[in-house]
Design a protein around this ligand. Structure first.
Ligand SMILES: *Cc1c(COP(=O)(O)O)cnc(C)c1O
Length: 399
């Protein structure tokens, strides 16, 4: 009964109606192998110890939870920043890449392939490949290569091979399709290191699992500092890995979740990356997710000044949290984001990534969402060094 079998398979990895495995038959053996090995290794104490050792002694975990007093005054309640900018590499991405590189190594693979937009995931993947002794090939849209020269050079120095992708719009969503296609032909030696909580099962589950170290630490740290759980957690995102990583350990607790996506210039489908606001459920990159699409179901490219949020879809678990009302989803416009960078820099001496500044802008511009006695955690996903040129140019053009 082959039909029944394939039906059953596509029911795996569902969050409500979202997720699943909508892939070419040729990819199924690779996904199945990955699922089985991940299940086995997540019970394996050698694997867990090695992962924890790398996070701590190589990556620099635990990252601090910082009570930002002056920023708190601006918002009107107590705000803590979860400092993922201090993880080696400058963002939360290393949590996931170290986990998957180690997984690939234990599976006997010799090579990692991945795609990247802002370049941050490419850098984090190359670092993790180096740590685990694996070759790395990074697919990157040609426009993204132009936009992020310093990360391209960083990847080259770290020893990655960079393959430009110029089909379609030459941005991240095209690179993902190319990388999935490539993986089908070389999965015996190669692991596809998915960069966010997207893609076919088991990727969303694996990435969320490795990133949930963020939320586990928040829980411990906030209990120590405040003696109670936070009232709310605010996180930016596209695929949703830093947001889910922070939210996951609190899903069954009374903690409000605010997810902030890239509003771009205007809230219309040609000038935005706000897939929850402007999109609808559709199949993209192997799973059913909220995505930007036209009436014929053609995926629409997203648009925002923040390369790391320039992805048209939202991961299956995030899509489910949104659709069931467990998570509030909103957006910040590019202009608000640049202003938020400036505010954070001047009040706290921190230069956030443009992605992170979406969460900052939302918090500043929606003070009425928070009560004076609220304790909120803002997941400070990364630092802004990579965006410095873009930020300075914005304010020069303003003058
Ligand atoms: C990549 C990136 C994001 C967006 O990715 P998610 O998977 O949605 O977390 C957010 N912030 C920073 C700093 C990033 O580098």
């Amino acid at each position: 009964m082959p039909e029944e079998k394939s039906l059953k398979k596509s029911e795996k990895g569902r969050f409500g109606k979202f997720g699943g495995q909508f892939v070419n038959e040729m990819l199924m053996p690779a996904l199945l192998e990955l699922e089985e090995e991940f299940e086995r290794l997540s019970q394996d104490s050698d694997f867990q110890n090695k992962f924890e050792d790398l996070l701590r002694n190589f990556g620099g975990r635990p990252t601090p939870l910082y009570h930002a007093e002056k920023f708190s005054e601006l918002v009107g309640c107590k705000v803590y920043l979860k400092r993922e900018d201090l993880l080696y590499g400058g963002s939360h991405k290393l949590n996931n890449t170290l986990g998957q590189a180690l997984l690939a190594k234990k599976m006997g693979k010799s090579r990692l392939i991945t795609e990247t937009a802002a370049g941050m995931h490419g850098v984090a993947t190359t670092i993790a490949g180096d740590v685990c002794g694996l070759e790395v090939e990074v697919f990157m849209g040609v426009h993204d290569i132009e936009r992020q020269p310093s990360n391209v050079r960083r990847m080259e120095l770290l020893g990655a091979e960079i393959t430009p992708v110029d089909i379609g719009g030459g941005v991240l969503k095209d690179a993902v399709s190319d990388t999935l296609r490539e993986w089908a032909s070389c999965s015996d030696t190669t692991h596809y290191l998915m960069g966010s909580t997207v893609g076919p099962h088991p990727f969303p589950e694996i990435v969320a699992n490795f990133q949930s170290v963020i939320g586990e630490e928040i829980k411990k740290q906030i209990l120590e500092a405040e003696g109670k759980l936070p009232d709310a957690i605010v996180a930016c995102g596209s695929g949703g890995s830093n947001a889910l990583g922070a939210f996951k350990p609190f899903i069954n607790e009374e903690v409000r979740f605010y997810f902030v996506e890239g509003g771009g210039e205007h809230l219309d489908a040609d000038n935005s990356a706000a897939a929850f606001q402007l999109g609808s459920p559709g199949v993209i990159h192997g799973a059913l997710m909220y995505t930007l699409q036209d009436e014929d179901g053609q995926i629409k490219p997203s648009k925002t000044r923040s390369a790391g949020l320039n992805y048209p879809a939202r991961g299956p678990e995030l899509s489910h949290l949104y659709e069931t009302g467990r998570m509030n989803a909103s957006y910040a416009f590019d202009d608000e984001v640049f202003e938020a960078v400036k505010t954070m820099a001047e009040t706290e001496g921190l230069i956030p990534a443009l992605e992170t500044a979406h969460a900052i802008a939302y918090t500043l511009n929606h003070k009425d969402e928070f009560e004076e006695e609220d304790v909120i955690v803002l997941n400070y996903s990364g630092r802004g060094d990579k965006d410095l040129e873009t930020i300075l140019r914005y304010f020069e053009d303003e003058d």
